[in-house]
Design a protein around this ligand. Structure first.
Ligand SMILES: [Zn+2]
Length: 91
């Protein structure tokens, strides 16, 4: 299933709690959603689904590792800092 092409939200997204354009630092967003170390998320900016696993939640930042299939190629993201406000993330 894909995000809708026009606004990149997952079907059924509750916009009020959406991570896209959300205020607050990534750790606050994660806490608000009760996401923890080990939580797996998926998001899509319209170029293919990115899947990440949270590996650390700091005071302001979060770390995650993940992968994305883009144009048929698997792209791996080693652990790094993620900003959660650029995609509509869901579990
Ligand atoms: Zn959304």
């Amino acid at each position: 299933m894909r995000v809708s092409a026009d606004d990149h939200h997952w079907p059924g997204c509750h916009r009020a709690h959406c991570t896209l354009h959300s205020a607050g630092d990534p750790a606050a967003v994660a806490r608000r959603h009760r996401w923890k170390v080990g939580t797996r998320l998926e998001g899509d900016e319209g170029y293919g689904v990115t899947r990440i696993t949270i590996t650390a939640i700091g005071e302001r930042s979060i770390l995650a590792r993940g992968s994305q299939i883009r144009d048929g190629f698997l792209r791996c993201y080693p652990e790094g800092s993620w900003v959660l406000s650029s995609r509509c993330w869901r579990r």
